[in-house]
Design a protein around this ligand. Structure first.
Ligand code: NDP
Ligand code: ZN
Length: 180
């Protein structure tokens, strides 16, 4: 029922906020990191019309294992096996070199589950809007441009999932990438 759902979402936001407490985004303002997972979840509800509770939980948790001391066991214990599976699909293997991780995101996009594809689309949309708003400190224009082009290749593997999110991403790519 709706009381249980509400309590679960608040538990999830709190868990993510505690885990990301010392982290900041890369924008010049060093925005609190938690703004990102909350914003990704909001893109899913407000722009994607996604109301699946497992998907919204996984969106809120999507960077906890990758970027904090959180384990998959902890996610599974607190939020269940479905949410844990989604977070797994959204977690890069940090033992691999950066370039390999970026390549694997392109390679793995099309084979992701529908729920993971939705979260990946919202994650890219959030990060590209962030980049359009302000370049991270120390990033050259070339590095920003490479990021737009890499994100487009990942999104190309996620298509056919949510037309609102894909249309918003395509408008960004039209501004920054050559047609293909
Ligand atoms: P990074 O992967 O280092 O950073 C981008 C990621 O940071 C995003 O995917 C997002 O991930 C997170 N993020 C945090 N704050 C912001 C923000 N304000 N806007 C957008 N994203 C944000 O960047 P690159 O893809 O450019 O780096 C790939 C590799 O290349 C790295 O090893 C880097 O050191 C190296 N490199 C590349 C250069 C170049 O010119 N291309 C120059 C120097 C180094 P999340 O959703 O997980 O938060
Ligand atoms: Zn993210």
């Amino acid at each position: 029922n709706s009381a249980d759902v509400l309590a679960l979402i608040i538990k999830c936001v709190d868990f993510a906020a505690v885990k990301h407490v010392y982290q900041r985004r890369k924008d010049p303002e060093r925005t609190p990191y938690i703004n990102h997972p909350i914003g990704v979840a909001k893109i899913l509800t407000e722009e994607g019309n996604v109301y699946d509770v497992d998907i919204i939980q996984a969106a809120l948790l999507h960077d906890t294992v990758e970027d904090t001391d959180t384990s998959f066991d902890e996610i599974e214990t607190e939020f269940g096996v479905n949410v844990c599976h989604l977070v797994r699909e959204l977690t890069d293997d940090k033992s691999l070199p950066q370039a390999e991780r970026k390549r694997l995101q392109i390679e793995h996009a099309a084979g992701s589950s529908p729920g993971a594809k939705l979260i990946k689309l919202a994650d890219k949309l959030y990060n590209l809007r962030d980049l359009e708003r302000a370049s991270p400190e120390g990033w050259t224009q070339e590095r920003v441009q490479e990021y737009f082009e890499w994100a487009k290749k990942v999104v190309n593997g996620l298509r056919g999932t949510n037309s609102n999110l894909e249309d918003s991403l395509d408008k960004i790519f039209e501004r920054h990438c050559a047609r293909s």
